[in-house]
Design a protein around this ligand. Structure first.
Ligand code: PEP
Length: 251
């Protein structure tokens, strides 16, 4: 059974005080939501404070990144155990902004996924093509390669614990959403690739989220697509009213 999941990526927005205010407001409006798992991913400076607000609510906590080592002399970095220690159950891995600005490769992303799984965190693994790749006609190949290389050496048992997010880079923060057909089509490509690498058990049960300018006015149509199980939301997750409406999507 595929889970519906709506995750909010707060990126590098919100001071701790602002993050706590947003979490408090979400806690009030999201208390009665059913059949959907809700995750918020604040900046690392606010993780613990947000956890204190949401710990007795259905909202779960995720981080936006981890360093792929258990511990060590890595100035400025945060380990998987550290985010778990402050209440995280989820972690976003391989977001396109990290691939672009921090030159993250599929190999590094693979290492992060394995380490996250090894301590019981649920990775939300992001894949997606750039506009250039789409215009060149290699969007599907790009995503298939990211899936194949990013998941090397991960067992079927572990794969069943992973969430995939398809986020076409050209749709992130741009106001351009992939049409429901385009998004659903790529989710099917991902599912087909997972069934080739693993099995139909994996492809049928894994949750695949769509991300890229998801808003209250497009969530319903996106969620009504057969292969879309949820959303990874950036801009619209920064406001309690819009994120709550997204969480209360109607299929
Ligand atoms: C994201 O940050 O993952 C994202 C999809 O952003 P936005 O919703 O703003 O496009």
């Amino acid at each position: 059974m595929r889970r519906n999941i709506i995750a909010g990526n707060w990126k590098m927005y919100k001071t701790t005080q602002e993050a706590v205010q947003l979490a408090e407001s979400l806690k009030k409006s999201i208390s009665l939501v059913q059949d959907v798992e809700v995750v918020v991913c604040p900046p690392s400076t606010s993780l613990l404070s947000v956890y204190e607000v949401i710990k007795d609510s259905p909202i779960k906590l995720g981080a936006q990144n981890i360093y792929p080592e258990k511990e060590g002399a890595y100035t400025g970095e945060i380990s998987p155990a550290m985010i778990k220690d402050v209440g995280c159950e989820f972690v976003i891995i391989g977001h396109s902004e990290r691939r672009k600005y921090f030159h993250e490769t599929d190999e590094l992303i693979n290492k992060k996924i394995k380490l996250a799984l090894s301590i019981g965190l649920t990775p939300i693994v992001c894949v997606g093509e750039t506009l250039e790749e789409r215009e060149k006609g290699v969007a599907e190949d790009t995503v298939i390669n990211q899936i194949t290389n990013g998941l090397v050496g991960i067992s079927q048992e572990d794969m069943l614990k992973i969430i995939i997010a398809y986020e076409p880079v050209w749709a992130i923060g741009t106001g351009k959403t992939a049409t429901p057909d385009v998004a659903d089509g790529m989710h099917l490509v991902i599912r087909t690739q997972l069934s080739k690498i693993y099995s139909s058990v994996v492809s049928d049960s894994i949750s695949i989220l769509y991300g890229g300018s998801v808003k209250p006015d497009n969530i319903d149509i996106l969620m009504s697509q057969e292969n879309i199980d949820g959303a990874l939301v950036g801009g619209a997750a920064l406001n309690s009213e819009s994120f709550s409406r997204i969480v209360q999507f109607k299929k």
